[in-house]
Design a protein around this ligand. Structure first.
Ligand SMILES: [Zn+2]
Ligand SMILES: [Zn+2]
Length: 394
């Protein structure tokens, strides 16, 4: 049985996967600068006799073809970049690159995919079809490594019928995984707004155009975009976390600067909301004698897990880990550049549990104390290999 063989191999190579994860964890590199990481992955692929080619500078793509007949292609994706965070964990594999940390678990994703490569290489004679391995740079930074690799043809020659990705989740216990069918994560756009008026003495408002009051109206009014124009069945969030009016008790400033985020799960509505927000802010500012410069920096699209593929992959996960270890995920309004694959190919993005409360491993991703329960690497590697082989029809 292929399942038992994969389980055995995942157990056999566990120490090796942990060592790779620790190496990557202690040598983190920022988005678009995954130079050493890329060399490391390339060397590991060479050791396995797997041919690869580079893409988007530091990205790598490789194919593993089974010996049995089969024309299906399934792609597996791992991201490789780290974050500008100073690691606070006191562990032997602590970041040696001060101020840079694998705080989103991309070291786990990369070492896991290398483990999958090893298992599939060992099992070539047991399956048919092709697995495409995608080691992708720069998930954490716009425009996102996924978008660049897609532009450069990562989903062509051969074209995968499914793209599968996993991500660590410290809310889920190690040993378990989570799935969600359909819309799962949000599109994310950054808003940079300058409200301009005419500053002056706070005692003489009649001689000035007060950008603080204009801003107050704009902030309140923009919430109507979410509450009155958005379809209540589809989530939207608008938050402004930065509002700077650098006046004083008696000084009205010339301008107010705002930064915010807009998130949703519908590309048509996203475009429409951009126009509405801009128009509303500009209109309010103008009606009050000021002006408004409303800039939108478009981020990743929303992430959708294709229903048929997700049902199929989830079934394989239940088979591999046991039904009790496969959970349902809720919608999450964060963004992830795997969304780009999901917009153009049938895709499934699932969560790998990495929590161990007894050992104090509970910190969120993107925090200086994030870490994982490493036993999860055994399921991570075995499950991904199993999903690929089964999805190929074996
Ligand atoms: Zn992240
Ligand atoms: Zn991440």
């Amino acid at each position: 049985m292929i399942k038992e063989k994969i389980q055995q191999l995942a157990n056999d190579i566990f120490d090796d996967v942990v060592a790779n994860r620790r190496h990557l964890h202690s040598h983190p590199e920022l988005s678009f600068h995954e130079i050493e990481t890329s060399v490391f992955v390339a060397r590991k692929l060479e050791e396995l006799g797997i041919e690869y080619h580079k893409m988007a500078d530091t990205g790598l793509v490789a194919l593993i073809k089974g010996d049995k007949p089969g024309t299906e292609v399934v792609a597996l994706r791992a991201d490789m970049d780290a974050l500008p965070i100073l690691e606070a964990n006191d562990v032997p594999y602590k970041s040696q690159n001060e101020g840079v940390m694998h705080a989103c678990g991309h070291d786990v994703h990369t070492s896991s995919l290398l483990g999958v490569a090893k298992i599939l290489t060992e099992l070539k004679s047991e399956f048919g079809g092709t697995v495409k391995l995608i080691f992708q740079p720069a998930e954490e930074k716009l425009p996102g490594g996924a978008s660049l690799m897609i532009q450069q043809g990562v989903l062509e020659n051969p074209k995968p019928s499914a793209v599968i990705g996993q991500h660590v989740m410290p809310l889920i216990d190690a040993g378990k995984v989570g799935f969600r069918s359909g819309k799962y994560m949000a599109s994310t756009d950054e808003l940079y707004v300058t409200v301009k008026g005419k500053g002056g003495h706070g005692a003489q408002p009649q001689q000035n155009v007060d950008p603080v009051i204009i801003t107050a109206h704009i902030l309140t009014a923009l919430q109507q975009v979410v509450s009155r124009f958005a379809d209540p069945k589809s989530p939207s969030v608008l938050s402004f976390g930065k509002v700077i009016a650098n006046g004083a008790t008696n000084v009205i400033p010339n301008e107010v600067y705002l930064e915010g985020t807009f998130r949703t799960m519908d590309e048509g509505w996203r475009a429409e909301a951009h126009i509405k927000m801009k128009k509303m802010a500009e209109g309010i500012a103008e009606s009050m004698g000021g002006s408004c410069d409303f800039k939108i920096m478009k981020g990743y699209p929303f992430l959708i897990n294709e229903e048929k593929l997700t049902a199929s992959v989830r079934g394989f996960a239940e088979d591999y880990l046991g039904k009790e270890n496969v959970l349902d995920l809720d919608i999450w309004m964060a963004a992830e550049d795997f969304a780009y694959y999901s917009q153009v190919a049938d895709s499934c993005f699932y969560r790998l549990g990495t929590r161990n409360e007894a050992r104090g491993i509970t910190s969120s991703v993107h925090t200086p104390t994030f870490d994982i329960e490493e036993s999860a690497l055994e399921q991570s590697v075995g499950l991904m290999a199993y999903l690929a082989v089964k999805q190929l029809g074996n």
